[in-house]
Design a protein around this ligand. Structure first.
Ligand SMILES: [Zn+2]
Length: 456
């Protein structure tokens, strides 16, 4: 992206505190700054300088005073299934395979359509924008609909086209899914907010033939490849029993593990596998709340971090979480890492914050341009109002952000310089309509389960 020029400056933000997360700053942008201004020019950050100097340099701009607010990069939710928000709370307290085979897959078979995905994705985006998420990743059916809704609502997205060997609502077979992915790649060329990725579902639902085709196709396209990998011990044991090797070893033999590959969950990893991921530059997407809720296992976050593996965070779908709140995810990640590694210093608050911002930016593009507040980076920001008793006294902002309750403190959110949330209110989306749509889907889902029960 060409850097903006001073004459293009169009917004001046004066926060009380600023956390840039700028990896080029001496402290990696983790120390809150006071009295600083952020200057935006269209969709980018033009400058960060003292407020006194900003008033002189940009006299034509009226500053937006963010009183008692902390300004920081918008959060990145790198794994989810936005359409599944309509399944929120539908089948809780069940293990992964029972949950999938007896509840989620039958419900998807009966209900998932373009309309379902459109309404579920709108609901998910509303929730994510309201809690400060400026970028999300999605792996679900009808990715072209998800891309359209994300663009319309003005949120950045990494859309992982779902590739599965068996027939599903989007594709009759994997070749059709790959054709559609290729077409989508063409269609999304001029959509700066939308990035496309391959989304092969999991090693147990996608065979070698399809994975080879993805690798070959991706030699030309150079997209990210996101896949659920080593989600449970059962998945790994089953592969060892039936294929004689662990899924990661198989993916490596197929030549898929490289810096474009994103392994979601990874609750199972040997020391050798951790070294392999580091060598290949694979990124791991940690979804701690989903792993806890489905009793899937524990991702060895601290061991991965120590080995130099890039990690970022995802909520997974609302059906296995049940919210899309990255603040809560950071908190869970930091607390869980301490329990798993029996070390209170594991995944400190500053590192948890980086997973949801800086590292998320790396997951979106090889040359990151989001997740940090820095000249030339995207103007994707959020502000939190720290004016309630649970924030006082404010000794350490990063601790407060990770160990405090934060989702309800999000005040403003900008994506590409456009304000999408103003004083806690969504712009351009009507909550009553969203609520009515959700209630209507709830009724349809309940009715279908009751008629199934009656037949049984
Ligand atoms: Zn998932």
């Amino acid at each position: 992206m060409p850097e903006p020029s001073t004459s293009q400056a169009d917004q001046l933000l004066f926060p009380q505190w600023l956390l840039t997360l700028d990896t080029q700053a001496p402290d990696q942008g983790l120390e809150p700054l006071e009295g600083q201004a952020v200057v935006l020019a269209g969709s980018q950050i033009l400058d960060i300088l003292p407020q006194t100097q900003a008033r002189v340099a940009y006299p034509h701009l009226q500053p937006q005073i963010l009183d008692q607010q902390l300004l920081l990069p918008g959060l990145h939710n790198l794994h989810g299934h936005a359409g599944m928000t309509l399944f929120r709370g539908m089948a809780d307290d069940l293990p992964l395979m029972t949950w999938l085979e007896e509840h989620i897959w039958p419900a998807e078979g009966q209900h998932v359509s373009e309309a379902f995905v459109r309404d579920g994705t709108r609901l998910a985006i509303a929730e994510m924008l309201l809690n400060g998420t400026s970028c999300f990743s999605d792996m679900y059916f009808f990715p072209e609909v998800v891309a359209e809704v994300a663009e319309e609502l003005g949120i950045r997205a990494l859309i992982c086209a779902p590739i599965i060997d068996f027939p599903n609502p989007w594709s009759a077979n994997p070749d059709e899914a790959l054709d559609k992915t290729r077409q989508l790649h063409q269609q999304l060329q001029d959509k700066p907010l939308i990035h496309l990725a391959f989304g092969p579902h999991a090693p147990y639902t996608v065979g070698d033939e399809t994975l080879n085709k993805i690798r070959e196709l991706n030699q030309k396209l150079g997209l990210k490849v996101q896949m659920h990998v080593h989600e449970t011990a059962f998945e790994v044991e089953d592969a060892e029993n039936h294929q004689g090797k662990r899924p990661l070893a198989r993916l490596d033999e197929l030549g898929l593990l490289d810096s474009n590959f994103q392994a979601v969950h990874l609750t199972q990893a040997t020391a050798e596998e951790i070294q392999l991921l580091a060598q290949r530059g694979v990124q791991v997407i940690h979804c701690p709340q989903s792993n806890l809720k489905l009793a899937s296992g524990f991702c060895p976050v601290e061991a991965l971090r120590q080995a130099g593996v890039s990690l970022c965070l995802g909520t997974d779908g609302a059906a296995s979480n049940n919210d899309l709140d990255l603040w809560a995810e950071m908190q869970t990640a930091a607390l869980l890492a301490k329990a798993v590694h029996q070390d209170a210093a594991a995944l400190p608050a500053t590192a948890a914050l980086q997973l949801a911002t800086v590292e998320g930016g790396k997951a979106l593009a090889q040359e990151a341009y989001t997740g940090q507040l820095r000249r030339g980076f995207a103007a994707d920001l959020c502000s939190l109002k720290l004016d309630t008793p649970d924030c006082w006294p404010l000794h350490q902002i990063s601790s407060q952000l990770v160990y405090g309750r934060m989702g309800d403190k999000v005040h403003h959110v900008w994506v590409t310089g456009q304000q999408r949330v103003t004083a806690g209110q969504l712009q351009g989306m009507d909550l009553k309509t969203l609520q009515d749509q959700a209630a209507s889907w709830r009724q349809r889902l309940q009715d279908s389960f009751q008629s199934q029960d009656a037949k049984a």
